[in-house]
Design a protein around this ligand. Structure first.
Ligand code: SF4
Ligand code: SF4
Length: 286
């Protein structure tokens, strides 16, 4: 079972939910931090890192001795990452999506592929909990390929929890796609509601059952709840606006370890997710 934890915007408590849920469940759980631009799960669970792997993506390199400047590679490239300009062939590796199309169409075998560094992946554990995160190289704009590499570590027979990047663009789609359930973490504010609507729109396109966690639930207004009711989105957990919770978070600790009763609440959250998956949420349109 793969559960992705997402939010329309940053700062809603997505990582709090992902880490506490994973640690409450304990063994036979994987926690994949796919927020590769700003991974922070490790700051809360303090895993022992066992392996670090550099991740590259193939980009074209042209042999100018062989190139006849026919332009076929530029015609097939959808991302303007390779082009014949005058009497020169230019490549723009940072625009390349590594589809391999240019090398495939080159009639003169003038293109070979070379790895361009995207970032790194680290793998570790905390007791029986398996931990994986990706770190995007500073200056790198293309995060989905690295996110997919982190996701490759998901193994069947385990509960896999994904901490997705914030937002609703390509990186979060790469993290949520083909998961069994999306847990959307939001807050009862106008910004929270606005971004929640965008996130729900993305989840509906992907046809994945979803539910909500409302963080800082007793501040703001009831508009998020009214929206959830109107859209038949189940509210699976509410976390109150509580100074003690903020203090636990600011110390880099986990609710399930620092405050009595929260482990049971997160286990109950998991039971509700399981039930929703079994019911196959009405949002799923097969
Ligand atoms: S591999 Fe694909 S995206 Fe990259 S330059 Fe070639 S055609 Fe363009
Ligand atoms: S397809 Fe091959 S030969 Fe033609 S311009 Fe591109 S690299 Fe050169």
């Amino acid at each position: 079972m793969i559960i992705s934890i997402a939010s329309g915007k940053g700062g809603t408590g997505k990582t709090t939910v992902a880490t506490n849920l994973a640690v409450a469940l304990g063994r036979d759980v994987q926690l994949l931090d796919c927020d590769v631009e700003e991974p922070n799960v490790h700051l809360f669970i303090h895993p022992t890192i066992e392996k670090t792997e550099t991740i590259t993506t193939p980009v074209p390199v042209v042999n100018e001795q062989k190139c006849t400047l026919c332009g076929k590679c530029g015609e097939i490239c959808q991302f303007k990452a390779i082009a014949v300009i005058g009497k020169t062939i230019l490549t723009f590796p940072e625009l390349c999506h590594s589809c391999g199309g240019c090398a495939a169409v080159c009639p003169d075998d003038a293109i070979r592929e070379e790895g361009r560094e995207l970032g790194m992946i680290q793998v570790g554990h905390l007791n029986g909990l398996e931990f994986v995160h990706g770190k995007l190289r500073v200056g790198e704009a293309m995060s989905p390929p690295l996110i997919r590499k982190v996701r490759d570590y998901a193994r069947t027979g385990r509960i896999t929890i994904i901490d997705a990047p914030p937002g609703t663009s390509c990186p979060v789609i790469a993290a949520m796609k083909d998961t069994d359930f999306v847990l959307l973490v939001t807050e009862p504010t106008p910004f929270g509601l606005h971004d929640l609507k965008l996130a729900v729109g993305a989840v509906r396109i992907l046809k994945i059952p979803c539910g909500l966690v409302i963080n800082r639930a007793d501040m703001g207004d009831d508009k998020v709840k009214h929206y959830a009711e109107a859209e038949a989105l189940p509210i699976l957990m509410e976390i109150p606006f509580d100074r003690r919770i903020a203090e636990v978070y600011s110390r880099g600790e986990l609710l399930v370890e620092a405050m009595p009763g929260w482990k049971e609440k997160f286990l109950e959250l998991y039971s509700r997710i399981e039930a929703r998956i079994e019911e196959n949420s009405p949002l799923r349109q097969d």
